[in-house]
Design a protein around this ligand. Structure first.
Ligand code: KE4
Length: 425
């Protein structure tokens, strides 16, 4: 029995499903998860000393790869002075100044400890600001696991076939209107049917939790215009895309200005983090300034802030986005060519360092068309890649990520492995 299997056997005795986050359990791709004991650059080292080229990047945070020397050194320096103070600390100010500099739509920002906290707080703030109760989200979009948002959610919820979680009161779910992404008519109809009742629209402007789905041309501008017209707060959930799709996230690339933005992942450099921010007139309603309560023991934690600051500084120095897009295109083209030769229908949406692979002949533009993908075939493909040393997200409904640590050789090897794996199907 492998070390990973021994660990998994023990873990399942004490941790539900043996994992601390469902998507790690390999339930949708089959097999048992490997345990990782170390990670460096683009490489994971399993408990059985296998080295894998990692395209999950701990679900997005590791845009500089794992254990980057600059991030490691920043954490070590902060650690010299303690781990948590429960008081304001200088790192928080520097992080806030960097976030505001990178994302101009953010005039004020509050740090928290996860993307879930960020989105949960942002919709509470939108409700407090508008004094309205209903929210609009889109099927397949995942915004963490708070009750109001765990409805027709993506990521692990979709992977495990529970897009609507048990335990969410019907009264909560009734306040969440779920619409198809990329459907202008559905959005207009929802506003017409709920005149003056919609507090916010929250969306992943580029969806990364139902596979990777980009908006139709003009769709985001349509959402922006309609929310402005109705006095509804537009929230971009950029927990995954922030600082990854561009320095200023999707909103920079698409030139759309949301009212609030949720952030996470990259700004923690691999440590627990989340943030929400936006228009000052809205953010000034957040306690202790205003009546919308939000708090956190470890919010603005000095270690996480130091790691995130180092990561953002590296992005500013490197401007890695053109190269990351080039590497993403190489992966995409390798999969397209191999599938064409094998006669397997496939879609490989890709933008910069984000991509996903849907085994379906029709373009994927929303939750329904994502479900057309052959998830079983994806499971076989996933294991064929893993057997050859490449780790993709263990679900057909996740995005893949490339880091600045993926050098040309790693990408070339990955392209060969992806092609070989497709040929083996
Ligand atoms: P966390 O609470 O997991 O830090 O963030 C929730 C969240 C919010 N918004 C978006 C757009 C997200 O992608 C996420 C979390 N992403 C998933 C990966 N698809 C986290 C992985 C997991 O659940 O283990």
């Amino acid at each position: 029995m492998s070390v990973s299997d021994q660990l998994f056997t023990r873990a399942k005795q004490l941790i539900p499903g043996g994992v601390n986050s469902p998507v790690r359990a390999f339930r949708s791709v089959g097999g048992t998860p490997f345990f990782v004991k170390a990670a460096r650059g683009a490489t994971l080292v399993t408990a059985d000393d296998r080295e894998l080229i990692d395209f999950v990047c701990t679900w997005g945070p590791a845009i500089h790869g794992h254990n980057h020397p600059r991030i490691k050194a920043a954490i070590a320096t902060a650690l010299e002075h303690g781990t948590s103070f429960g008081t304001p600390n200088p790192y928080e100010v520097e992080m806030a100044e960097l976030i505001v500099k990178f994302v101009p739509s953010i005039q004020k920002v509050r740090m928290c400890n996860s993307g879930t906290e960020a989105t949960m707080s942002a919709i509470r703030l939108a409700r407090g600001y508008t004094k309205r109760d209903k929210i609009i989200k889109f099927s397949g979009c995942y915004h963490g696991h708070s009750d109001s948002l765990l409805i027709k959610a993506g990521s692990g919820a979709l992977t495990h076939g529970h897009p609507d979680s048990a335990g969410v009161p019907a009264s909560f779910a009734a306040e969440t209107v779920v619409l198809p992404f990329n459907d202008r008519g559905a959005l207009a109809a929802a506003f017409a049917a709920n005149q003056g009742q919609i507090a916010c629209v929250i969306l992943e402007a580029y969806c990364g939790n139902v596979g990777f789905i980009m908006p139709d041309p003009g769709y985001l501008a349509f959402v922006r215009a309609l929310t402005a017209k109705h006095g509804t707060v537009l929230i971009f959930d950029e927990v995954m895309t922030g600082f990854r799709i561009a320095k200023g996230g999707v909103q920079e690339r698409e030139k759309i200005t949301p009212d609030l933005t949720c952030l996470g992942k990259i700004i923690g450099g691999g440590l627990p983090v989340g943030a929400f921010g936006g228009r000052a007139d809205i953010m000034d309603l957040v306690a202790p300034l205003g009546p919308v309560y939000q708090a956190g023991t470890l919010s603005g934690n000095p270690l996480a802030m130091a790691a995130g600051i180092a990561g953002l500084q590296l992005l500013e120095e490197l401007n890695p986005y053109p190269r990351l897009d080039e590497l993403g295109r190489q992966l995409r083209d390798a999969v397209l060519a191999a599938c064409r030769a094998k006669g397997i229908p496939v879609q490989v949406p890709q933008c910069g360092s984000m991509f996903s692979i849907f085994f379906t002949p029709t373009p994927v533009r929303d939750y329904a068309t994502a479900l057309n993908g052959d998830a079983k075939l994806f499971g076989r493909f996933f294991h064929a890649c893993l057997a050859r040393g490449v780790y993709l997200a263990p679900s057909a409904y996740e995005a893949g990520f490339i880091s600045t640590a993926h050098d040309g050789a790693a990408i070339a090897k990955a392209c060969d492995v992806l092609a070989e794996s497709i040929r083996s199907l």
